[in-house]
Design a protein around this ligand. Structure first.
Ligand SMILES: NC(=O)c1ccc[n+]([C@@H]2O[C@H](COP(=O)([O-])OP(=O)(O)OC[C@H]3O[C@@H](n4cnc5c(N)ncnc54)[C@H](OP(=O)(O)O)[C@@H]3O)[C@@H](O)[C@H]2O)c1
Length: 236
């Protein structure tokens, strides 16, 4: 029996993670929709209305959640083909805190780095043995233009640094892993209408996940170590 390709999407309970899960399921992938609140994940999975989606508990900074999920994927599917590191936070300027680096709340910077950068590293490393058993692995790290060094602006230090570091770790994995099997890339989705992006953002959810779905599925996207927006490479 051939099982469908297996995809894990972190932060799948809302925003672009939910839309990515929806589209991968529609393409026939078996989707593990990660959510730190399992009930929220189950509601989101139900909203997709596809037998291809399974909600799984995953707080991306919880090693015990990550290890339990790796065991579950091993028991149930024996491999992982696609990993979308989508979960993210932008908390530098919340709750009356300034977004300036000049009086940065270091606890918030640290928390942002944990969720946006260190969590993805913990997840990739835990899933590597399962991904080694797949033939064509796609790892997609959802970054942001706010992590681009070439035109780095001010404010949001935790968020900006976390996304620049996510880009760096993408290159490090691409350098270390077999490029014949592992396709590790990072992308900026653009400014997208989600809770994070707000209602004035340019792009719909469908537009926001287009490059993610392309990198996850397209034959011509069997590349590694790239930084993309609108399916095109962009400057680091
Ligand atoms: N929207 C934009 O314009 C934009 C632009 C550039 C880049 N991005 C990036 O795109 C990605 C998705 O953003 P979005 O706009 O869809 O954001 P969103 O609507 O705010 O959703 C964020 C998701 O991340 C999850 N999350 C946060 N902390 C988590 C943790 N510790 N463990 C597991 N899940 C966690 C949230 O879960 P809860 O519901 O439990 O909080 C939620 O599912 C993020 O990486 C973001 O930085 C967004």
């Amino acid at each position: 029996m051939t099982i469908s390709k297996v995809a894990l999407v972190t932060g799948g309970n809302r925003g672009m993670g939910l839309e990515t899960s929806r589209q991968l399921a529609a393409l026939g992938y078996r989707v593990l929709l990660g959510s730190r609140d399992l009930q929220a994940g189950e509601q989101a999975a139900a909203s997709i209305g596809s037998d291809n989606v399974e909600a799984v508990k995953l707080d991306v900074i919880s090693q015990s959640d990550i290890d339990a999920l790796a065991r579950h994927v091993d028991d149930r599917y024996g491999r992982l083909d696609v990993l979308v590191n989508n979960a993210g936070i932008m908390i530098d300027g919340d709750d009356g805190h300034s977004a300036s680096i000049c009086d940065a709340d270091i606890d918030r910077v640290e928390q942002t780095l944990r969720v946006n950068t260190l969590g993805p590293i913990m997840i990739i490393n835990a899933m590597l043995p399962l991904m080694q058993r797949a033939e064509d692995v796609r790892i997609i790290n959802i970054s942001s233009g706010m992590g681009q060094l070439f035109d780095m602006g001010g404010n949001y230090p935790g968020y900006r640094i976390s996304k620049t570091a996510l880009n760096a770790m993408t290159r490090i994995y691409a350098a270390e892993l077999d490029p014949g099997k592992f396709h590790v890339n990072t992308l900026c989705p653009g400014w997208v209408r989600t809770d994070m992006g707000g209602s004035n953002a340019d792009l719909s959810l469908e537009e926001g996940v287009d490059t993610t779905i392309w990198l996850a599925t397209a034959d011509e996207a069997r590349v590694s170590g790239g930084y993309f927006r609108k399916r095109e490479r962009i400057d680091w």
